[in-house]
Design a protein around this ligand. Structure first.
Ligand code: 1PR
Length: 547
């Protein structure tokens, strides 16, 4: 097997990149000191997280001169996400820190006054009809970033770069650049399904550099897709051990996952890895695993979820999120383990994001109790600090609490007027946060929670709804609109999807950034492909699986 070298500067969750490289037939060798860079024929610089953190790690370890030398010698070099940003002079994310300065320009943050930031999801990498490492106008690529380099026609081209672009909420930015032996992508090719694997292969086999800038063949340029960020459809797998001790995908009705029959066994809807692979092949834009019970009677390092991630990430090349049990804890041998250590284990096993539930509520309550002071010690802050905001999702499990008009003045929570009055005709409601899988309700609302976790550095909200879970009656649009207007980070609508029109409805009637379904897919009622075909028919932009 031919070899590719990856620069290891503790850049976080790079397991998916290794898996993608192996999938296209290459072997990965890690470079863990600057003097090893000279051995590399093809070198990849992965990048996640914060610009300053990435550049200062690289500089402190003494890599920058070695990387420059590799590039100057004309050897193949690829960099990803923050790795692309590193080629510029600098970034407003950390003005004190310098980039490699190969591209004259500095990155800025997306404007979040009109859209969610980070920019998360599948978008274009368009090249004005020219070849660029097998990027195709019919394909979409997975982006996750808050900072970007705005595209100004002719500017980078005048410096000799070929450029691929994407547009997010009116801002057109650089999605990828290439010149000579160098190619860099703002998107994550290793998480961009078959389209991304094609691009990695074009880098590794040298064909991408050779054909750069030549006209695209008509057969490729004529097949296009609607431009812009697609509507993300996420498949969610609630995983737990059943009474026989097997790890199964289950699904509750309002969080009750036991059968209605007398034996009250745990509902078994299939095997986690198999289902994840099936949904990937159907075109799911992401897969989320929620470990809904703590099945921890074994040492943390052996939790079965780690193996599920390892296996899934070898064959599923879209982002994987894992939730459940991410908090400071004590291992079976009495060792204290931090939430960050647990997250690290998951990232090393193939997760791209971790999702935090109960612990986020507790941390948010403490944040208000401390007068909105950040402690720096919460799981959210620690994990976001090490892996970037985009790696931290907060999963919210709210329940409706009705309020009569007469009691509105004394209700201290963020209420909405609801079109679905309560059992006694109450016309108002608020959404109470719960913890421990809905078993404990807190006197704390979703607006308080989501604003606090945004301040702590959470990158995305997974918004469930206990009242709607498993009902097949559609999403709670009122809840989603309330949370969307409370925060600037992306929100994933969850709970209640029963048919494709529910997905269309949530995208058309709210500004949600993504929609998640569970039971609808596990029970085989609809496939992800059918949902996306429906959305496309409704005129919504979706990514079609292009395998
Ligand atoms: O508190 O950090 O340990 O995380 C526990 C995680 O497990 C949380 O994300 C919490 O949402 C989840 N969870 C706990 N108990 C349950 C349960 O069902 N008994 N599941 C549970 C949450 C909700 C969604 C579901 C959607 C869509 N399940 O995952 O997928 O409601 O369902 P639908 O499309 O079928 O309506 P921590």
């Amino acid at each position: 097997m031919p070899t590719v070298h990856l620069l290891d500067y503790v850049a976080g969750n790079v397991r998916s990149l290794v898996n993608a490289i192996e999938k296209v037939g290459y072997e990965v060798e890690w470079i863990s000191s600057p003097d090893q860079v000279a051995q590399a024929e093809r070198l990849i610089l992965p990048g996640v997280g914060h610009f300053g953190h990435c550049l200062s790690q690289l500089a402190a370890a003494g890599y920058l001169p070695a990387v420059r030398k590799h590039i100057d010698e004309g050897k193949p070099f690829m960099s990803i996400c923050v790795g692309l940003q590193a080629l510029f002079n600098g970034s407003s994310e950390d003005p004190a820190c310098s980039g490699l300065g190969m591209i004259d320009g500095s990155l800025t943050r997306f404007d979040d006054s009109t859209k969610a930031v980070p920019h998360i999801g599948w978008n274009d990498a368009r090249t004005a009809g020219l070849q660029f490492y097998d990027l195709r106008p019919a394909s979409k690529y997975y982006y996750v970033h808050s900072y970007n380099y705005p595209y100004r026609e002719g500017e980078l081209e005048a410096q000799g770069w070929s450029v691929a672009t994407a547009t997010y909420g009116g801002e057109t930015f650089v999605g990828a650049v290439a010149r000579g032996n160098v190619v860099a992508t703002q998107f994550h090719p290793e998480k961009s399904g078959v389209a991304g694997l094609r691009m990695i292969r074009a880098f590794l086999d040298g064909s991408g550099a050779k054909s750069l800038g030549q006209p695209l063949p008509a057969s490729v340029s004529e097949v296009t897709t609607a431009p812009g960020l697609t509507r993300r459809v996420i498949a969610c797998l609630d995983v737990r051990t059943n009474d026989q001790g097997d790890l199964v995908v289950t699904k509750g009705d309002q969080y009750d996952v036991r059968e209605k029959s007398d034996d009250r066994g745990v509902r078994n809807l299939g095997k986690p890895v198999e289902l994840a692979e099936r949904y990937y092949a159907q075109g799911a834009d992401e897969v989320t695993f929620l470990n809904i019970t703590s099945f921890r009677d074994c040492p943390l390092a052996d939790v079965p979820m780690l193996e599920i991630l390892r296996l899934t990430s070898k064959t599923v090349f879209v982002p994987l999120t894992i939730g459940g049990g991410i908090r400071d804890t004590v291992d079976t041998d009495g060792t204290r383990v931090s939430a960050l250590d647990i997250a690290t284990m998951y990232f090393k096993s193939g997760a791209d994001k971790v999702s935090i539930g109960s612990d986020a509520v507790t941390a948010a309550e403490a944040y208000y109790a401390a007068g909105k002071q950040l402690s720096g010690t919460t799981a959210i802050e620690q994990i976001a600090g090490a892996y970037g905001n985009q790696a931290v999702v907060v999963s919210v499990d709210p329940k409706r609490v009705y309020v009569a008009a007469a009691n509105l003045a004394e209700c201290k929570h963020s209420t909405i007027r609801t079109a679905f009055p309560g059992p006694n005709g109450e016309e108002y409601c608020w959404y109470a946060c719960t913890i421990k899988g809905g078993r404990e309700t807190r006197d704390f609302d979703v607006v308080q929670l989501t604003q606090a976790v945004e301040a702590m550095g959470c990158g995305e909200i997974l918004l469930n709804c206990i009242d709607k879970d498993g009902t097949n009656s559609g999403y709670d649009l009122e809840l989603i609109s309330q949370v969307k207007s409370a925060v600037h980070i992306p929100v994933i609508a969850s709970s209640g999807a029963g048919n494709p029109s529910h997905f269309a409805e949530v995208f058309e009637k709210t500004t949600t950034d993504a929609a998640l379904g569970a039971g609808i897919f596990h029970r085989g009622e609809y496939t992800v492909t059918e949902v996306k075909d429906y959305l496309a028919k409704e005129g919504l932009v979706v990514r079609q699986f292009d395998g």
